[in-house]
Design a protein around this ligand. Sequence first.
Ligand code: ADP
Ligand code: MG
Length: 647
Amino acid sequence: MVKAQSATTQKKKFATETKQVLELFAKWLYQNKEIFLRELISNASDANDKLKMLALKDEDLFAGDSDLKIWVMYNKATKTLTVRDNGIGMSMDEVVENLGTIARSGTKQFIDQLSKAQSTDANGQLIGQFGVGFYSAFVVSDRVEVRTLRAGLPGDQGVFWQSSGVDSYEVSACELTQRGTEIVMHLKEDAEEFLDEFRLRKIITTYSDHIAYPIVMFVEKTVESVAGQDDKESKKDEKPRKEIQEEVVNQANAIWTVPKKDIKDDEYEAFYKHVSHDFNQPLAWTHNKVEGGKLEYTSLLYLPSQAPFDLWNREYKHGLKLYVQRVFILDDAKNLLPTYLRFVKGVVDSNDLPLNVSREVLQNSSTVDMIRSGCVKRVLDLLGYMAENESDKYQTFWDAFGAVLKEGPAEDFANKDKIAELLRFTSTRSEDSKQTLSLASYVEGMVEGQDKIYYVIADSYRAAKNSPHLELFKNKGIDVLLLSDRVDEWLVSRLTEYKGKSLVSIARGEVDEALSMDDEEKASIKASEEAFSDVLKQAETVLKERVKSVRLSKRLTSSASCIVADEDEMSVNLRRMLIESGQSVPEMKPILELNVKHPLMVRLKDEMQDERFADLANVLLDQAILAEGGQLEDPSAFVKRMNDLVS
Ligand code: ADP
Ligand code: MG
């Protein structure tokens, strides 16, 4: 190949982020150096995939060479290791874009997280989620050279790029004869172990066996003498000849096309790392071939073991790749799975879709709809199986992705019941905030006469756990789900019942009849209502700008007050969330409930003639709002009133 023309060489600095990431990789990958080869082969495979896909529309891109491969070559004399492909290649602009920055969304956020994470272990996990990529070449190299020619461009538009990975790189145009990309690594002294055929073979078969393209090495073969059998004498004299031959060292079949029984777990795991860019092991997978019916497709779907750092980003890329008849068509295939399963990674390979299928076509394809419901079923079945038989594993899944799955009942009404079985919660009976309780076990633990599933929602676990609304339920020994994930409001707005038992907020409407007291209690409440009716009326007048009504509470035992939403109104928590997210919400006033057994009530009655009555009523309302985790419109007024009352 031709040397760079220095006259046009440009020296450029890496984007700052690149530099930081490089340093982190170098440190962290030190124990795992061999990973670089998997990453470069993965890129070569992607490049071949892309060319094959583009050539569907423009066969000239192959320029007569459609036999796509990946070569791995080492040279002991020059201490170099080379990975080459005859895939899509890169133009000058693409080289600068792809190799000059870490061109992924969320890099900034990633670095911030990394610098927050103290231990190297935590760093390792984060880097794993981020994917390692091209830059891992610098973990084993003092210098990396890239020569690349984009398919369809003339030979003089080749690009030469090189860097020692410190802070800058050089690029120049150069003349190349072969399409594709060649990466030459000048190995560091402590990485010379990779100049070894058997070491390289081992790495390739471990990590890249089921890359769909042949990975070719040049190996030295001893060639037998061609002399005849009788010619023993002459054979003795002749030394066996050594010859360099090309040899395919991987299986070179796309793993999803191989029958399940012939695939080992570590092969599934290695392929996961290729499709997902995730360094961690997958948690579980499901591999299925659908054929013989109206539809023919194969799916290989993985559950990651950790949530990626950008799972909640708007631009989060979905993890499914679509192939048609083994040709890669597109990634980030959002149509193949609903958003609430966006954490699933893997491959769908269809025999029915046309090879020239576009994203637009996918949106309105009944074939895609059928594949999608098939994939949803596979994933939900896998989760159901884990939930039932591998509860530790399921808990790992839930801890990472439970909040995403909770979007399910709203998005996928048809599978609402299946998803409901998979949900996990924490409740007043749980030890801590860990969500381990299924609705089935909640129902099992219901007390006699209880026919509803109760929950309380707040914006933190602590606020939910300490909600004054819980007091009556605690007294009666009734378990209440404590909801505090952002998505929970959304969840309970769609999941209104489970196996015929309705889900009911304990902070809305009147206290349930079923929970109500015995006759004695009823009589005593009635008496109180009469005794306090003036007080309630007066409080209502004083607070009329802020509340809908004031009434005595049947749910409080120790707190002085609480606020509730009316039966048919938006919950106080949902309202707050909507306001925080900048949405306009209709004006809504809560109902203030007061605890007749609380000493402050007696004081309120005593001070009906006093000007302090208004202060006290306001304080009771403010307390109730604070206990809900809400914010006061005028906190300083609250503090002032509080101090006046105390003094
Ligand atoms: P990723 O593969 O996750 O995108 P990498 O760091 O591995 O990240 O690669 C960065 C980008 O560089 C790739 O997305 C691709 O555009 C480009 N690239 C890397 N290797 C090759 C290659 N062999 N052929 C063509 N493009 C490549
Ligand atoms: Mg890559």
